[in-house]
Design a protein around this ligand. Structure first.
Ligand SMILES: Cc1cc2nc3c(=O)[nH]c(=O)nc-3n(C[C@H](O)[C@H](O)[C@H](O)COP(=O)(O)OP(=O)(O)OC[C@H]3O[C@@H](n4cnc5c(N)ncnc54)[C@H](O)[C@@H]3O)c2cc1C
Length: 369
């Protein structure tokens, strides 16, 4: 199999420090070895993703979004996204899980609640405690799904959390609830059933079953004042996430490498040409993605991010599709990597989605993007 490891020579991240390049190299190494080896078994639920997560923690990759003063590596945002790209080369489930921990690390680190930061972040930095979140319902339009009502010095949560990844893998979660004035409460809670929190059994999905995603219901879940992380104005979390994009790049790169390997084994120049064309698209997209993260996340409109997501979704599906067709009938084997990547791409394409990102992706599929 032809493999392209990007690592220290990645031109898309010219500003990364030597330490950050080292972390990227470790992620690429795990993506090419352990994660790729375990991918089918994790995908089929035969093997828990826990082994992969422990390897990530051992490699110092659990705490990369935790500030240094709490023991984390506090890397630049381009670097943690690049780490996810490297992991996604091997399988989709592991980066999908650890990305939730990274998101939670950033939410806690950004909290004005100093006591909560000091209590929670050191264990998150070591990977001794992995944590997730249930916030995507905040982006939904219409009536709030989960309300946060002031109660004494704290709050109570009532309603539904439609998605929460990491049951049995994460110790805690950040839950987002809608306040009476339309703002968002971010609160810290144990990821375990309690009087106020009912957790459904893990969903049976086409992919990422190793991530153990559940729905949950809050019925008067009490949030103590010390577990209030933040109160945010309405609309702050309306944008699609950037995280899905590098994960789609990782799936694309693995498929392009496999296509190139197939072309070499068959001595098939047309397939090699196809792999080359896809790689040019991947390189162009990456060069336009990593340096523009601030614009994507903080610029005046969501459109550039929505375009990058739509382009990455098309690229991943094209690369996987090319590999399937080039492989032929054998690509229909249940355990063929292209089949797994196709299913994983469907999760990444819909993960952290917004209305604008949905609209642009559909327009692109329709040939108008
Ligand atoms: C395997 C898996 C695990 C997940 N884990 C988590 C997790 O741990 N934590 C978490 O917070 N979230 C999680 N999610 C949720 C994920 O981020 C959401 O799927 C995503 O944000 C889209 O939200 P939705 O499916 O709830 O959208 P819905 O509200 O059901 O809407 C469906 C789609 O329609 C679009 N839409 C709505 N109105 C319009 C309109 N007027 N015009 C055009 N498009 C429109 C939406 O943008 C969306 O794409 C997970 C999802 C999956 C698949």
């Amino acid at each position: 199999m032809a493999q392209t490891v990007q690592t220290a020579y990645d031109r898309a991240l010219p500003d990364a420090t030597p330490r950050e390049h080292e972390l990227i190299e470790r992620a690429d190494g795990l993506g090419h070895t352990l994660l790729a080896r375990n991918a089918t078994a994790v995908d089929e639920g035969i093997l828990s993703a826990r082994d992969n997560l422990e390897a990530l923690a051992d490699a110092g990759l659990a705490g990369i979004r935790v500030p240094r003063r709490y023991g984390g590596a506090e890397v630049d945002r381009a670097v943690y996204l690049r780490v996810l790209e490297g992991l996604s080369y091997g399988d989709g489930t592991t980066p999908f899980i650890i990305a939730q921990h990274y998101g939670t690390s950033a939410m806690v680190a950004g909290s004005p609640n100093e006591e909560a930061r000091a209590r929670v972040l050191p264990a998150m930095a070591r990977g001794a405690s992995l944590c997730g979140f249930g916030v995507s319902h905040i982006r939904r339009q219409g009536r709030p799904m989960l309300t946060a009502t002031p109660q004494g010095d704290g709050y109570r949560l009532d309603g539904a959390i439609p998605w929460m990844t990491g049951e049995g893998l994460f110790s805690h979660v950040v839950i987002g609830g809608t306040l009476p004035d339309g703002g968002t409460l971010l609160s810290w809670a144990r990821f375990a059933p309690s009087d106020g929190l009912r957790i459904e059994p893990p969903m049976e999905l086409v992919a990422m079953n190793g991530a153990r995603t559940v729905a949950a219901t809050c019925a008067g879940l009490e949030i103590r004042p010390e577990d209030v992380l933040a109160v945010e104005p309405a609309g702050r979390r309306a944008r699609a996430n950037t995280t899905a994009v590098p994960c789609l790049y990782g799936l694309a790169r693995a498929s392009i490498d496999d296509l190139q390997g197939l072309a070499a084994r068959r001595d098939a120049p047309a397939l090699a040409e196809g792999a080359r064309g896809l790689r040019v698209r991947l390189d162009e997209q990456r060069q336009g993605f990593y340096p523009r993260l601030q614009q994507f996340e903080e610029g005046p409109t969501e459109t550039p991010l929505a375009e990058a997501r739509a382009a990455a979704t098309s690229l991943a599906l094209d690369a996987i599709g090319a590999l399937i067709v080039a492989t032929g009938g054998g690509a229909n084997a249940r355990a063929h990597p292209a089949q797994r990547r196709l299913r994983e791409a469907s999760v990444f394409a819909t993960w952290g989605l917004s209305v604008e990102a949905t609209n642009l992706a559909v327009a692109r599929f329709a040939g108008k993007g």
